[in-house]
Design a protein around this ligand. Sequence first.
Ligand code: RM4
Ligand code: MN
Ligand code: MN
Length: 397
Amino acid sequence: MFSTSQTEAVLAALNRFKIELPSWGFANTGTRFGKYIQPAAATTTEEKLRDAAKVHELTGSCPTVAVHMQWDFPNGAADAARTSSLARECGVEIGAINPNLFQDQEYKHGSFGNPDAAVRAKALAHCQESAAIATAAGSRDISLWFADGSNYPGTANIRQRKKWFEENLQALHAMLTGDQRMLVEYKPFEPAFYHTDIGDWGMAIHFARNAGSRAKVLVDTGHHYLAQNIEQIVAWLLSEQMLGGFHFNDRRYADDDLTMGSIDPYQVFRIFHEIAFYEWETSTEADIGYTVDQSHNLKGKMEAMIQTVVMAQQLFAKAALVDHSALAKAQGCCDLVRAETCLQDAFALDVRPLISEWRSAKKLPLDPLNAFRESGYLERITKERASRNQAAGGSYA
Ligand code: RM4
Ligand code: MN
Ligand code: MN
């Protein structure tokens, strides 16, 4: 039922589609109210890397793992060489380095936006160490998310904090080496509930431009108000050459960190479509880091991650099937129904047979989730890790 050009478009899309897995997605993480402990959850960086590598082995699309400074590099730069060789040994590479600027007690009133100069300096030094780790691990992106903000009106000098952010982001930019980039993530609320220092993409693009040419914006799909048109933001960032990467997850209410495409797959499709359409129009390949940022509290972590990658492959492949010349033509003559149908038609196609073809050509399992269930991996790690996970506890207070 697929034409040769459709088949080629999907196979080419699958060949180049890579999505990075987050190390923290394999460990026990929870809600604000506590954690339900999973006996199979990864308890060490090595286990996180092994689990991520297993997902890559089954899906063929996730050769890199995003890591968090404090959780994966407790001894800082001293851990870098060992961790990156460990990753390679497992069959993956270290991806984006995520500084941790929210867990230490000093960050109670912010990191880059903290009124205390010593705390701002500490946060910058931590980012510098992250950049050094990125260099040692051969990873390109420093992915910056700040919990900075305030809870009550009048308690923070918003303009002053903006200046402090500009200063530190510029200083960090000056520390980048080689082809390193820094990605600025925005989030409108949580943990701060009155103002967030980088509250939306406008603030993020300002900070990125102000910092320098290697700074780009990172779009976390969960970090928007409910009715916000995320694909429009994506289109604008593409047009401004400022889209650096994504954190994918889905949500019903807020930053729920649910499985990508579980609530609204059409949303993800529309994002991928804007990227594919841009690439078609400009005859370029957009340089975007796709990453999963999810926290599975109830679903099995590895199963949820496999499900995510499979969904991402499908939606990326569907977006590759939009008939761009027909769309451009319909848009040009304001043929609204025809234009909209170009998207709906591609979205409605069942690309799974083509993905199976691709998997079999790549010698990947035809059904990654089933292959995982049959592999015995889960039973083995459950046995190995259960007592360590039980001991950790999941209390909120
Ligand atoms: C935030 C944000 C960041 C992630 C932290 C743990 O909501 O999405 O990317 O690193 O959570
Ligand atoms: Mn995120
Ligand atoms: Mn988030």
